[in-house]
Design a protein around this ligand. Structure first.
Ligand code: FPP
Length: 246
């Protein structure tokens, strides 16, 4: 396989992890087993991102819409998340990974919220990589929330309408401190954004693969990154969005 150019890695990779259910169905297994396998992919992709030196990784772990799934599946996903956070804490601390989250996390079960915030606090001084989990996240909801916060500040007199710019609006989003994704990966052959980081992906390169999320491991990830680097080489001098602002 061609080698990755370490100087042309995306700063921020965002991933829509899709296909756990189909992976399980094809094997006559329950969807929950698919999610368990998917959690192993999460581990692998986080580890690989850190090894490569990618600074920001955002994973769509649970969408606003996912609450509509059968309650046993929601429960299983919450349990997996809780266990994942507990089991990965050491690795995060050993490897300088800071955990962050975006979304309406107040909707998560109290125990998951506790583990989440404890992990965020314990890893807050890590600087090598930021792993952001999108939990109970929806892009439109995020924008509505931002607009409300802005209106609140206008009422208070701390924000003036003629000062509203794209940059200012960005500061009201969950991702205020995060650069926009350079690369968005979606697994399992779908071509949708599914309400993920709507504002932030305006100039993001999109990579889709038929590989289902439980099969999306290091090798496939490297292929995605290589594909991204080729596009950059092709369009680097013409597309402003492919130049990393430092
Ligand atoms: C899509 O598969 C995936 C999800 C609903 C969320 C992803 C969750 C995990 C990978 C496990 C837990 C997360 C962490 C961070 C430990 P799907 O069920 O929509 O698949 P389908 O479209 O084939 O049915």
């Amino acid at each position: 396989m061609e080698r990755l150019d370490p100087d042309k890695l995306p700063r921020h990779v965002a991933i829509i992890m899709d296909g756990n259910g189909r992976w399980a169905k094809r094997r006559g297994l329950t969807r929950i087993v698919g999610h368990q396998k998917g959690t192993e992919s999460v581990r692998d992709i986080v580890r690989t991102s850190r090894e490569l030196g990618i600074k920001w990784l955002t994973l769509y772990a649970f969408s606003e819409e996912n609450w509509k799934r059968p309650s046993y599946e929601v429960k299983a996903l919450m349990g997996l998340l809780n266990r994942y956070l507990k089991s990965e804490l050491k690795e995060m601390l050993d490897n300088g990974i800071r955990l962050a989250c975006i979304g309406q996390t107040e909707k998560l079960p109290p125990e998951v919220q506790r583990t989440l915030w404890q992990t965020i606090e314990k890893t807050e001084h890590n600087t090598e990589m930021t792993l952001t989990l999108a939990l109970s996240y929806g892009g439109r909801q995020e924008i509505v929330r931002a607009v409300k916060k802005m209106l609140g500040d206008i009422e208070k007199g701390t924000l003036h309408v003629n000062r509203i710019t794209e940059e200012r609006l960005s500061e009201y989003l969950y991702t205020a401190d995060t650069p926009d994704p350079d690369l968005l990966i979606r697994t399992s052959g779908e071509y949708r954004i599914s309400n993920f980081l709507l504002w932030q992906v305006a100039y993001t390169e999109i990579f889709t693969t038929p590989t289902l999320w439980p099969d999306f491991r290091k090798e496939r990830y490297l292929e995605a990154l290589l594909d991204y680097q080729k596009r950059e080489r092709r369009f680097g001098t013409t597309g402003e969005q492919t130049i990393h602002p430092e």
